[in-house]
Design a protein around this ligand. Sequence first.
Ligand code: KIV
Ligand code: ZN
Length: 550
Amino acid sequence: MDTAAVSVPAHSDRVIFFDTTLRDGEQSPGATLNGEEKLVIAKQLARLGVDVIEAGFPFASPGDFEAVHKIAEVVGTETGPIICGLARATKQDIDAAAAAVKPAVRKRIHTFIATSDIHLEFKLRKTRAEVLAIAEEMVTYARSLVEDVEFSPEDAGRSDPEFLYQVLERAIAAGATTVNIPDTVGYTTPEEFGALIRGIKENVPNIDQAVISVHCHNDLGLAVANSLAAIKNGARQVESTINGIGERAGNAALEEMVMALYVRRKLFNPMFGRPADSEVPLCNIDAQQIYKTSRLVSNLTGMLVQPNKAIVGANAFAHESGIHQDGVLKHKLTYEIMDAQSIGLSENLIILGKHSGRNAFRTRLKELGFELSEQDLNKAFLRFKELADKKKEISDWDLEAIVNDEVRSYPQAFQLEHVQVSCGDHELPTATVRLLMPDGQELTDAAVGTGPVDAVYKAINRLVDVPNELIEFSVQSVTAGIDAIGEVTIRLRHENRVFSGHAANTDIIVASAQAYTNALNRLHFTLASAPRQSPQSATHSLETPSRAGV
Ligand code: KIV
Ligand code: ZN
């Protein structure tokens, strides 16, 4: 057994943030990330200060296994977060999770089995007695491999509380160090969910030997409210995702919970046995990293943040109405309960221009938290110079867009080499594109369309013969001003699967072509790799066939 110390006490005097952006978040349709993208996000989550990163479901596919393993190796350092792998309650899943998180200094296996009658009858086809025995056996097995084991009774929100108490008692007796209570289908209300946590505290005899965690889905828009109600009733770990992404309507949004705990600290402090006016942080999250993390996750997953989204939406700190503007000018606190700068949303300072040198560029990127290799810095600097020729003043947001776009570009089967359009009110929109194909050939084709983007996409389709339907197309400008960079995000559907693409350029037609090529590349590599299993779709059996590569 691995004997690395378990770092989280059973009775934490703060909230432990367990981030599942890379597991539950990545299960959102179209949010699929490749291994490099997952690593980039994991590094940023570590900078943000999350306590635990659920890096994936290692049994799902060799690619998922590799991604978790790499994150464990690179991010799971002495001072880094706990790295966790998800496993159904089967030996094969648990073996895969244990092997994947092995390089991390602090590692966790999160194993789960459903406990609601509806899941037992229709999904598992098992009796309560069988589920009790499996939970006990698999937690014992996981504990024989790692010190830190989290157990979840899936669909706890709809489970019979009496049965839930029994399962939790057995799991803790078998060695679970955290028991996580999922509202898997986002069904409960804050009062009910708070009462469920209170009931667990009062009725599970050995509950003081484990941290109570919660994992709330947002189907009724109550995930954050339910999680906060759980904290009030004794939960000390919350599971969340950046921007609230996740299965269906998503999970509780990390940024919303962090800011609720901060802005309303006087309300929460006494729940942790502190004086109401204590300024000791209620969690380890560095709120200054919130905005940047949100942008990164949105760019890489292609999951746009709605403008009115709390904390990180474009309008969250904007005041449109005259009355509000007047009030804010007289005194900020008339209509603002928090400061935009508290989440790292800078004043969009104009820092660099055409004459800025490499050193100034490198220094500013470092200040923004981007640590680039020499090769990546060169690529980003060239792109910066190109941009500076077109745009007089370059802001932090421009820099961030360049780095996200240029440095984080991943394997490309199809490379866009050239795009040219002609259009106008008396023209037939026509596009010519040249692509470098996977076999090294350069191919050129042209098409007409209803508009310039349609023409470009039709021309690309003539070269890349993969039937797909464009289901979302959005352009957002990174900054104000006519010379701003435009960010294009698209989502396309191929055989019931969704793939996203993102690109940034001052020319939105070029960005559109690049975003589409990126999505086609994702589609290409996904189809070329081994199929993935979803943790929720398969049945639980102690005899799950083993997967190659583990
Ligand atoms: O929603 C859920 O129940 C889950 C479990 C795997 C914890 O994601
Ligand atoms: Zn979930």
